[in-house]
Ligand binder design. Structure first.
Ligand code: 16G
Ligand code: MG
Length: 543
């Protein structure tokens, strides 16, 4: 077939590492992610798939991002981004897995051709792939392998070099919408900064906010990108000082080390360096800047964290009020999407206080994103700080076309329109989310303490349980219950009943070989006790 010889020759230059018997590569929730030295051949093959996907979708540009997010520096990862900037369609994860596991160069060409035939893809049609990578040194080799696959398949390539993950998602959407009425923004990194800074200034409306903001960038790609972004905001329009810390990208070994959103969320404490001053507003990005967590050191109670659930309820409350002031409450449906990990207190607050519908989905951004698209305004966040707010085309039109009857209504409509430009519409974006939070705090004249007072989190605990075979565990009801092994859930239920305001669930991790158990209850000791008991049940059933 058309590309066979070139594909085979390229694959020989970027060979796949054959895994031990019984093991295979799998396109998971975060694409392929593992030790970087296993990824050269994988990335080459992902390039082949991206070219097929572009050809399948009328030659629209497909994105490829090379990053391992919050993982240690020796890891890397590669994932595919669909034309609108969302995650690869689930059906295609299977094809990625098939292509990557082809045992030889010749087999690879065969799988490629079979996919092209079965999916009715015209492999002589034009194809385009845009790509970027984070700051990991291994990214060089992987980008070379990717470029080689694009060359072998005669695919037009746009290398955007070092980027945050959400910037790459932005660029994919911007590329495909260029010149259309739905143009998303200029197709360049500068275009991304221009869009955000302009929208931020429109949202802020000259409002002030007390005190500096410390941003921990996990020594990842977010550091240089945030520093770059700050140059785009006129000094007098930035109503607070931003201090960027942990932005050392020259020493790869410090990437995600004792810093970043994942560290803060899982360890439930502030990064040790630089030591945060009591009372100062702080936030952390993760290694590829698609997660955000806020926190501060309270002089009385110590560390206080404001995670994805808090950002979600803050955004839902602010946007809900604006929609009401804009006179669009009857017209636009607002909803919040969470996973089973969302603290029960946040779900209660959103349902009963904000009076907004809440939908629970399985873990993984693609699930939340998809459900959020069903609303006119869909707020979705995972507790770990990944999330965004999606505005439907109808909502954006209503913000722009509604004729205001009062200055207050005009003000609300303008702020909503500006927010829809500020908030990344493709994927969770730490930089854009941080600007959104700052806008909301400025409008409400809130400190982090004010924000934290909206509700009290239920004490909770998350444990990781090693089992022999996590595949025997299957979930239902958005991962809140186990359907298999039969009988296991009944045991969990009978433990949960013994505790006040308690909830617990177990699910197999999608990113490592382990089970995760979450428990929450009225007191810390009860949450701990319940988590231990459920972990015990899971470990007995997992042998
Ligand atoms: C991936 C997901 C993240 C999820 C995490 C759960 C994306 C882009 N990332 O990192 O959303 O929270 O997996 O990990 O979807 P787990 O399955 O190991 O608990
Ligand atoms: Mg990340």
């Amino acid at each position: 077939m058309v590309h066979d010889d070139k594909i085979i020759a390229g694959s020989a230059k970027h060979p796949i590492v054959v895994l031990d018997k019984g093991q295979h590569y799998k396109y998971g929730t975060a694409g392929f992610r593992m030790k970087a030295d296993l990824l050269e051949g994988v990335t080459y093959r992902v390039g082949l798939l991206a070219s097929l996907r572009s050809r399948k979708l009328n030659s629209q540009a497909i994105g490829v991002m090379i990053t391992a997010s919050h993982n240690p520096a020796i890891d890397n990862g590669v994932k595919i981004v669909d034309p609108q900037g969302d995650m690869l369609e689930q059906e295609w994860e299977r094809y990625a897995t098939q292509l990557v596991n082809a045992p030889s160069d010749a087999e690879l060409a065969k799988v490629y051709n079979t996919l092209a035939t079965d999916l009715r893809i015209d492999i002589s049609a034009p194809a385009k792939v845009v790509y970027g990578r984070d700051t990991r040194p291994s990214g060089h080799t992987l980008v070379t392998a990717l470029a080689s696959a694009l060359e072998a398949t005669e695919t037009e390539a746009a290398d955007f070099k070092i980027l945050t993950t959400p910037q790459l998602h932005y660029l994919v959407r911007a590329t495909n919408s260029e010149g259309t009425p739905l143009a998303y923004g200029e197709v360049s990194e500068a275009g991304y900064y221009n869009k955000l800074s302009e929208a931020f200034v429109r949202c802020m409306k000259g409002k002030k906010i007390e005190g500096p903001l410390i941003v921990d960038c996990a020594n990842g790609v977010g550091g240089p990108k945030l520093n770059e972004f700050l140059k785009y905001i006129p000094q007098e329009k930035l109503p607070f000082e931003v201090k960027v810390v942990n932005d050392d990208i020259l020493r790869p070994e410090v990437l995600n080390l004792d810093s970043g959103a994942d560290f803060v969320k899982t360890k439930q404490r502030a990064p040790p360096h630089p030591k945060p001053q009591p009372g100062v507003r702080c936030c952390s990005f993760d290694g590829d800047a698609d997660r955000l967590i806020y926190y501060w050191i309270d002089p009385e109670v110590g560390f206080v964290m404001l995670d994805g659930d808090r950002i979600s309820s803050l955004a839902a409350s602010f946007i809900g009020d604006l929609v009401e002031s804009a006179g669009l409450k009857e017209e636009l449906r607002i909803g919040v999407v969470q996973t089973a990990y969302a603290n029960g207190a946040s779900t209660n607050y959103i349902r009963h206080h904000l009076k907004l519908p809440v939908i629970c989905t399985p873990t993984g951004v693609k699930h939340l994103h998809h459900v959020a698209q069903g609303f006119d305004i869909g707020v979705y966040f995972e507790a770990n700080g990944h999330g965004t707010v999606l505005f439907s085309p109808d909502a954006v039109t209503a913000f722009k076309k509604t004729d205001p009857q009062s200055p207050a209504q005009k003000d609300a409509l303008d702020t909503l329109a500006a927010l829809s430009d500020l908030i990344n519409q493709t994927v969770g974006d730490a930089l854009s989310d941080m600007l959104m939070v700052e806008v909301i705090l400025a409008h409400k004249a809130w400190s982090l303490r004010d924000w934290s007072m909206t509700y009290s989190d239920l004490p909770n605990r998350l444990v990781r349980v090693e089992v022999n075979n996590k595949d025997v565990f299957r979930t239902t009801d958005a991962e809140r219950r186990l359907s298999h092994p039969e009988g296991c859930q009944a045991e969990i239920d009978s433990e949960v009943k013994k505790f006040k305001d308690a909830r617990s669930f177990a699910r197999a991790s999608g990113t490592e070989n382990a089970m995760r158990v979450y428990a929450e209850a009225a007191s810390r000791s009860e949450a701990n006790e319940l988590a231990d008991r459920v972990a015990g049940i899971v470990s007995r059933w997992g042998v």
